[in-house]
Design a protein around this ligand. Sequence first.
Ligand code: SF4
Ligand code: SF4
Length: 218
Amino acid sequence: MSSEADSAPRKQKFVFNCTRCGTCCAKRGPIPLVMSDLIMWAKNNVVANMMPYLKFLKTPQGTVDLVLARKDQDPYAFLQQDKKDKKKKKEEDLSCPLFNKEKKECLIYSNRPLSCRTYPLEYDGSKFMVVNADECPGIGNGEMTKEAKLEMRDLAKRMNKELTEMRIAMPILSQAFQPFILQELMEAQQKFMEELEKMPPEERERIEKEMMKQQMKK
Ligand code: SF4
Ligand code: SF4
């Protein structure tokens, strides 16, 4: 659920101080990523930790997002349930893969994505919105300085800008990568076949049988 808060941050009605309750991390579903998240992870040498949880998600607008989602999580479940199966939505685990449910802690807090830093404030290009206002106890909590509000607004605007750029770049990158990946795969297959030819017949037979088994499983 979202409510317009365009004027709230400017009129200083919007007050937010995260209580670290973890509700958002337990329910948000796939977390959209932007280029600065990837650059931050590369600089901090933590990309390998995130790799198992990177997925692509086609949005209802037809754009493609790179998201953080659990290995066993179908990122589309989030969108489908939103539309048709509210009951199932309650049962589906939409927690972030990097959320420690027992301790209610983010496992990558200092490396958390930009989207998590702006939450629950979003900017859609023309106005600010507070998302899931009824589920976040941080909204209306305590005091907030003008500087903190401005900083949060800037982050929300940055997220909107970077996500838009990412959505423009993704289809171009994916088209540019396809021939490259295909070429890489063909070269790898060629190399593998050459290695296979050099093997003793028994070893070759064993590997071929194993490959057949793997094919059958698919
Ligand atoms: S739901 Fe709100 S208060 Fe709780 S962790 Fe998320 S942002 Fe912080
Ligand atoms: S990355 Fe951290 S802050 Fe962001 S949703 Fe996951 S657990 Fe929460």
